[in-house]
Design a protein around this ligand. Structure first.
Ligand SMILES: *Cc1c(COP(=O)(O)O)cnc(C)c1O
Length: 249
């Protein structure tokens, strides 16, 4: 089951045309509508096009339609796909949005502009060490496990304030904001509100929340980055074994 099947009161994006430029335009227009409905400025919400498990050709098609901000789950896939693309498209911005193992931190620091899944001290150590070795520190978002679900990444809500403080002390302004993946069932709004309040407490301005199935309520709650894959690129190939959504990433 994907987030598209959650039965939330959102448009049926899964049936959209798989023509990538058309799908992108449709998603952008839905985002615009949600941003305006929330009384927010159009430029305040960025679309992260999640291209995981889709070929470089799909990314090329999105680039051709003016999309430069992309999200990938796996470091190796991100490197093999975006390493070559960056040469021809230096304006590409890449966010890593999947659970990150410490032994992949160095490659992540090399390829990512933003790592959205900083969620534990050992990973912070690995990123700090990699940043020193590579001479480059990506932007960082702290991922919070807003539903405190055992199978999901993210710092538990009870530890979030302490962990965010520690990360701001350690990485300074490189910590840009917070990210979450709310539980698949139920109303995501309280979780989005929780994340927005936590960001405000820490003076953080970026909020990565909202996917194909719930981006409208995320935008109403203050999302600055919505991460959308299926609605742009279509369903992920079954061979990827990753059609069950981000929890298995
Ligand atoms: C795959 C993924 C997305 C995109 O999900 P869609 O349902 O395809 O829009 C967003 N965020 C994360 C963390 C993901 O792993």
């Amino acid at each position: 089951m994907t987030v598209l099947d959650r039965g939330r009161s959102t448009p049926d994006l899964g049936r959209m045309s798989l023509d990538i430029p058309d799908a992108l335009a449709a998603v952008r227009s839905l985002i615009d509508t949600a941003v305006v409905a929330a009384g927010r400025d159009r430029a305040s919400v960025s679309l992260v096009a999640v291209s995981k498990f889709h070929a470089a050709e799909a990314v090329q098609a999105a680039l051709g339609a003016g999309q430069t901000l992309f999200g990938e789950n796996r470091v190796q896939e991100a490197t093999s796909k975006f390493g070559p693309l960056r040469v021809s498209h230096p304006d590409v911005v890449l966010h890593l949005i999947g659970a990150l193992q410490t032994n992949k931190a160095r490659e992540a620091v090399r390829i990512a502009d933003v790592i959205e899944t900083l969620d534990r001290l050992r990973l912070a150590d690995a990123i700090a060490q990699a940043a020193q070795q590579e001479g480059r520190l990506p932007g960082l978002l702290v991922q919070v496990n807003v539903g405190d679900e055992p199978q999901k990444g993210g710092v538990p809500t009870a530890d979030a304030d302490g962990f965010i403080d520690a990360m701001q002390t350690r990485f300074g302004d490189a910590v840009r904001g917070l990210m979450c993946i709310p539980p698949a069932e139920g109303d995501p709004t309280p979780h989005f509100q929780w994340l927005a309040a936590a960001a405000a407490r820490h003076g953080l301005t970026q909020l990565s929340m909202g996917m194909s199935g719930d981006f409208e309520s995320a935008i109403a709650c203050g999302a600055t980055h919505v991460r959308i894959g299926t609605a742009i690129f279509g369903h992920r190939p079954p061979a990827s074994g990753q059609n069950d959504g981000p929890a298995v990433a």
